[in-house]
Design a protein around this ligand. Structure first.
Ligand code: ADP
Ligand code: MG
Length: 632
C-alpha cells in the first residue's frame, strides 16, 4: 500500500521557490540529475575499493539516458549506491538535506572519489521541466526496491517496487509544451547530447544514450542516392569525453592534444599561439588551461565579444564565461579553470563574491603576464604576431581604469620605431637612448609613412634620435597615461620643448623671437582664434612651417576624438611655428616691411598648408585655393 506523505511545511514553500526562482536556465535539471547519478556511482565505487562483495570494476559503472517521445518521459538511470526507503525520505523528502555532503564529510577524501553534491536542492530542479517525478531505487545490499513518486509541492508517496539491480532510475514525465516553453525539446536526442556535452562532459563515468543514425543500405546500388538507399539504425553512444584534458599529466600530453582541444572547444580553425597548462596548489588549488589565440576572433573588437573563462567545479561546468577571471586587457585569452575550492551559491550557477575566485584571478593574470613576457624574450616572432592581433587591447589596458593597471602591462607594450621601422619595446627604446637625450620621442599619425613625412620628425631623425610611431587611435592616450618609462618622460615631437638645443641655440632662438616680435604678432593677428601663437621654430629642417600644440590636447588627439560623432568637438591649442632657416622666412620678413596685406594672405596660406600636412581639414578651402591662384 502506498503511503502518501506531505513535504514538511517549510519544504513546501521552499520547493515552490526552488522550482520557480532559483535557476535561470531550465536545462540545468539534466546537469543536476547526472551529477547525482555520478555521486551515487562514486559512492559505490568507493565502497568497492574495500568491499569485494560489490563485485564491480570501475569500467562497469555507467549512466544511461532514455528519452521516449511517445510517452513523454525521460529516464536517467545509474548503477550506483541506490537509496533505502529511509534515504528516499530523508534525501528527497527534506529539502536542503544532502546525503552526498554527509558522505563527503564522513569519508576521508579519497583522490579517486569526487563528490559533486553539497546543498541538497539540485534534485528538485527536475520539477522545472517535469510534472511528475518517479525515483525507483534499490540500495546496494538490500533486496528490496522502492519508488518515490511526486507531482510537485503537494507531497510524495513511497511504495515498494521491482528493480532487479542496485541503483536508481529517475523517470520524468515532462510538462506539456506551452507557447513560451518547449519542454519536449528535452526529449530530443540531439538536444540531450548537446546538454551533456555542455555541462557534464567531464563526468567520470560514461553517459550513454541511444541515438538514431542513418547509413547506406549494404545492398544499395552504387549510383543510387535516393532515400531508398539509406536506412536508419540505433546506436548506443557515449556522449561525454570523461577525462578532462587538464587533469591529465602534462608529460603525457602533446602540443597536438592541446591544439585540437582548443580548436574544437573554442571554434577556431587555427592552432593557438600558445597554450598554458597549470596545476596550482597552495593558498588556492586549481587546474587551468589557457590559450592565446593566434588571431583576433572576428567580433573581438565589437561590443558582442564577451570575455571570460569557463569555470568548472569538480569537472562540472558552473559558468561558461566567468568574466571575473580575466582582466580586460587580457580579454582575448580563452580557456578554463577547474577548482573545487570556490564557494558556489546554491543554484551552482553563479558564484558568491568569492575570495578564492579573486585569488585565482590574480594568479591567472600573473601566469598570462609571465608567459607573454617569456614569449617576448624568447620567441620574438610569435610575440609580434600576438602584438599585431591583440596589442590594441593591451594598450587599452593602460588607458582604462584611469591608468590603474598600467604597471601590469607596461612591459608588454610595443611601438614601431624610426630606428629600423620595427616593433620595439619601451625598454629597448630607453636602453638605446643617446647620452644627452632627455625624452622618449613619439609622433602620432595614421600610418608610419604619413608620420615620417611630417615636418616635425625630420630634424630629430636627422640628428639620430629614435622616434616611436604611434599609429593606433588609442596610442597617444596610452602614452599620456604612462607619462614616463624607465624614468624618462614621453614627449611628442609636435609638442613643447624637445630638449635638443644647446644653450647657444636657445639664446639664438630667443634673440630671433625678440627681433621679430612684430612679425610674429601680426601672424597671430592674421589668424585670430585659429592659433594660440606664432613662434620661431627649433624643430624644423627643410620645411618652412609646422603646427605644434600647446595644451592637453594634441593635434592627433583632436583628429581622433573628432572622428567619433558622439564626442563633443575638441580643438587643440595650435601653435604655428616658422623655420627661421628657410627662404620663406626671409620672404615673410621683407613682406612684413613692405606689404602687410600680402603678409597676412601668405600667413593664411602657410597655416592652411601646415594643416594639410598634419591631415587636418582646412576651414576655408575656397579661400585657400583663391589665394594660391592669385599668387600664381
Ligand atoms: P545534493 O546533490 O547537493 O546533495 P540533491 O538535491 O541533488 O542535493 O540530492 C539530494 C540527495 O539525494 C543527495 O545528496 C543524495 O544523497 C540523494 N540522491 C539524489 N540522487 C541520487 C541517486 N541517483 N542515487 C542515490 N542517491 C541520490
Ligand atoms: Mg545534486
Amino acid at each position: 500500500m502506498a503511503q502518501t506523505k506531505e513535504f514538511q511545511a517549510e519544504s513546501k514553500r521552499l520547493l515552490d521557490m526552488m522550482i520557480n526562482s532559483i535557476y535561470t536556465h531550465k536545462e540545468i535539471f539534466l546537469r543536476e540529475l547526472i551529477s547525482n547519478a555520478s555521486d551515487a556511482i562514486d559512492k559505490l565505487y568507493f565502497r568497492s575499493l574495500t568491499d569485494d562483495s560489490v563485485g564491480m570494476n570501475k569500467g562497469d559503472f555507467a549512466i544511461d539516458i532514455v528519452a521516449d517521445k511517445d510517452t513523454g518521459t525521460l529516464k536517467i538511470c545509474d548503477n550506483g549506491i541506490g537509496m533505502t526507503t529511509e534515504e528516499l525520505e530523508n534525501n528527497l523528502g527534506v529539502i536542503a538535506n544532502s546525503g552526498s555532503f554527509k558522505f563527503k564529510n564522513e569519508n576521508s577524501k579519497s583522490d579517486d572519489v569526487e563528490i559533486i553534491g553539497q546543498f541538497g536542492v539540485g534534485f528538485y530542479s527536475a520539477f522545472m521541466v517535469a510534472k511528475r517525478v518517479e525515483v525507483r531505487s534499490r540500495a546496494f545490499g538490500s533486496d528490496k526496491a522502492y519508488a518515490w513518486i511526486s507531482e510537485g509541492v503537494d507531497g510524495y508517496t513511497v511504495e515498494e517496487c521491482d528493480k532487479e539491480k542496485p541503483g536508481t532510475e529517475i523517470i520524468l514525465t515532462m510538462k506539456e509544451d506551452t507557447e513560451n516553453e518547449k519542454y519536449s525539446e528535452f526529449l530530443s536526442d540531439f538536444r540531450l547530447a548537446e546538454l551533456v556535452k555542455k555541462y557534464s562532459d567531464y563526468i567520470r563515468y560514461p553517459i550513454r544514450m541511444d541515438r538514431e543514425k542513418t547509413r547506406r543500405k549494404p545492398d544499395a546500388k552504387d549510383d543510387d542516392y535516393s532515400d531508398e538507399a539509406y536506412e536508419t539504425y540505433i546506436e548506443n553512444e557515449t556522449l561525454n569525453s570523461m577525462v578532462p584534458l587538464w587533469r591529465r599529466n602534462k608529460n603525457e600530453l602533446k602540443a597536438e592534444d592541446y591544439n585540437s582541444f582548443y580548436k574544437e572547444k573554442y571554434y577556431d580553425y587555427n592552432d593557438p599561439l600558445k597554450y598554458i597548462h597549470s596545476k596550482v596548489e597552495g593558498t588556492t588549488t586549481y587546474d587551468s588551461l589557457l590559450f592565446i589565440p593566434s588571431q583576433a576572433p572576428f567580433n573581438f573588437y565589437s561590443k558582442d565579444y564577451e570575455k571570460g573563462l569557463q569555470l568548472y567545479s569538480s569537472g562540472v561546468l558552473i559558468m561558461d564565461k566567468c568574466a571575473d577571471l580575466l582582466p580586460d586587457y587580457f580579454s582575448f585569452v580563452k580557456g578554463l579553470v577547474d577548482s573545487a575550492d570556490i564557494s558556489l551559491n546554491i543554484s551552482r550557477e553563479v558564484l558568491q563574491h568569492d575570495y578564492q575566485l579573486k585569488l585565482i584571478a590574480k594568479s591567472i593574470e600573473k601566469t598570462i603576464k609571465g608567459e607573454l613576457s617569456k614569449m617576448l624574450k624568447n620567441h620574438r616572432e610569435d610575440y609580434e604576431k600576438f602584438w599585431k592581433a591583440f596589442g590594441i587591447q593591451i594598450k587599452f589596458g593602460v588607458y582604462d581604469n584611469y591608468g590603474r593597471d598600467k604597471d601590469a602591462v607596461e612591459d608588454l607594450i610595443m611601438f614601431v620605431s624610426s630606428a629600423e621601422k620595427k616593433l620595439v619595446t619601451l625598454d629597448e627604446y630607453v636602453s638605446r637612448m643617446k647620452e644627452d637625450q632627455k625624452y622618449i620621442y613619439y609622433c602620432a599619425g595614421e600610418t608610419v609613412e604619413k608620420i615620417e613625412s611630417l615636418p616635425a620628425t625630420e630634424l630629430l631623425r636627422d640628428k639620430g634620435y629614435e622616434i616611436l610611431y604611434l599609429t593606433d587611435n588609442v596610442d597617444e592616450f596610452a602614452v599620456k597615461v604612462l607619462m614616463r618609462h624607465g624614468g624618462k618622460e614621453f614627449r611628442s615631437v609636435t609638442e613643447g620643448d624637445l630638449g635638443i638645443d644647446s644653450e647657444e641655440q636657445k639664446e639664438e632662438t630667443k634673440k630671433l623671437t625678440e627681433d621679430n616680435k612684430g612679425l610674429l604678432e601680426l601672424m597671430k593677428e592674421a589668424l585670430g582664434d585659429k592659433i594660440k601663437e606664432a613662434k620661431i621654430s627649433d624643430r624644423l629642417k627643410s620645411h618652412p612651417v609646422c603646427l605644434s600644440s600647446a595644451g592637453q590636447i594634441t593635434l592627433e588627439m583632436e583628429k581622433v576624438l573628432n572622428q567619433n560623432p558622439q564626442n563633443e568637438r575638441v580643438k587643440a591649442d595650435k601653435v604655428l611655428e616658422i623655420n627661421p632657416n628657410h627662404r620663406i622666412f626671409e620672404i615673410m620678413k621683407s613682406l612684413y616691411d613692405t606689404d602687410k596685406e600680402k603678409f597676412k594672405d601668405y600667413t593664411s596660406i602657410l597655416y592652411d598648408e601646415a594643416l594639410l600636412i598634419e591631415g587636418l581639414p582646412i576651414d576655408d578651402p575656397v579661400g585657400f585655393a583663391n589665394r594660391i591662384c592669385s599668387i600664381m
